[in-house]
Design a protein around this ligand. Structure first.
Ligand code: SF4
Length: 345
């Protein structure tokens, strides 16, 4: 097996080689860092920084879904926001269709953002309760000049409502008149109106009941097939991510631990953290479920204000060796398309 070894995940790592042979990625994130000044008692402390995202590298091909997983606080949501430049990165590159968004500002950035949308976790909190469903969906269409005149606007809003499985007659209803699943459909319609090629789905179903989750996932899959939209699907539910993603990337304490094709990562996880996460996923087969070996991680995730030296996972890793406390593991390609940061792999 050929091994490509690259330097420790510094500002610009090499994982863009993952996409070699597949054409230019739609989104190519290299060495992304988002550091915030620490706060104590509401006062900013410039000398100490919270490394929310620290040298993260991944790519998304047109029309594919990359699942981004990890425990809460691992930096996956901040990564999604930094991709869209809703949070400005401290360092690194975010290449969208080959252009670096980090260096862009003003109108140029606004135009690029039109093709990158976001669906939020909380359909209750992310939609303006004072606006009707029709106005919520119409707003970005008007702001970006996507329609001409009232008639065209109304027709487009009706079309979008129907595309996401709602009725055009619901246009005049307010947010509180919809169920959770219907609100998330409004969020999807709002994002879809600008004809994006990438949607960052930030835990889009975790606030919904399981039966409704399946409906929203089916809707997203249907829209992807029809419009060839790529998703950066951020979630902590590994069963949902397995269902929807073509590739999966695992984060821990602001760093990328492992990424690979879905089947490869679920059936042959190489990183001890991924192995522990997957060991907690229930297996639908009762016989296999009774023999399932669960890896229990000791302790809590350390604070990103004081990340451990060497490998950030060393304080909880059941396989840690002396080297793990001293050296940051390189981000290396252990098998074709299967990237991992661990000294033992
Ligand atoms: Fe565990 Fe060491 Fe690998 Fe980190 S580098 S995951 S501590 S074995």
């Amino acid at each position: 097996m050929t091994q490509i070894v690259v330097p420790a995940p510094g500002p610009i790592a090499q994982e863009d080689q993952q996409g070699a042979g597949l054409g230019q990625p739609l989104l190519d994130v290299r060495g992304l860092q988002v550091h915030f000044p620490a706060r104590q008692g509401g006062i900013m402390e410039k000398r100490r920084v919270v490394k929310a995202v620290d040298g993260v590298t991944f790519h998304v091909q047109p029309g594919e879904t990359l699942g981004l997983v990890g425990e809460s606080g691992c930096g996956k949501t901040t990564t999604g926001r930094a991709v869209l430049q809703l949070v400005r990165p401290t360092a690194g590159q975010v290449l969208f269709e080959g252009r670096d968004l980090v260096t862009m500002q003003g109108e140029a950035l606004r135009q690029m953002r039109r093709r990158m949308q976001i669906i939020f976790q909380d359909p209750y909190g992310s939609l303006n309760p004072r606006m009707t469903a029709g106005d919520i969906i119409a707003e970005p269409l008007v702001v970006h000049g996507m329609v001409k005149g009232r008639q065209q606007l109304k027709a487009r809003v009706d079309e979008l409502l129907e595309t996401v499985g709602l009725s055009a007659t619901m246009r005049r209803r307010y947010v509180h008149e919809f169920s959770g699943g219907q609100r998330q459909r409004i969020g999807v319609a709002r994002a879809l109106g600008l004809q994006p090629s990438l949607i960052v789905c930030d835990e889009p179903v975790s606030a919904l009941d399981v039966s409704i989750q399946a409906q929203i996932i089916n809707l997203l899959e249907h829209l992807q097939e029809r419009h060839r939209i790529a998703y950066l699907f951020i979630a902590h539910d590994l069963a949902v991510v397995r269902h929807i993603s073509e590739r999966v990337a695992v984060m821990y304490l602001g760093k990328m631990m492992e990424s690979a094709d879905r089947l490869e990562i679920y059936e042959r996880p190489l990183h001890p953290y991924t192995q522990a996460l997957l060991s907690a996923v229930p297996i639908p087969d009762p016989e296999l479920e009774t023999t399932r070996e669960r890896i229990i991680l000791e302790g809590d995730v350390p604070s990103p204000l004081f990340p451990p030296p060497g490998c950030v996972f060393q304080t909880r890793c059941p396989k840690a060796v002396a080297q793990c406390k001293e050296a940051v593991p390189a981000w290396r390609e252990a098998a074709p398309g299967h990237w991992v940061a661990c000294h033992l792999v």
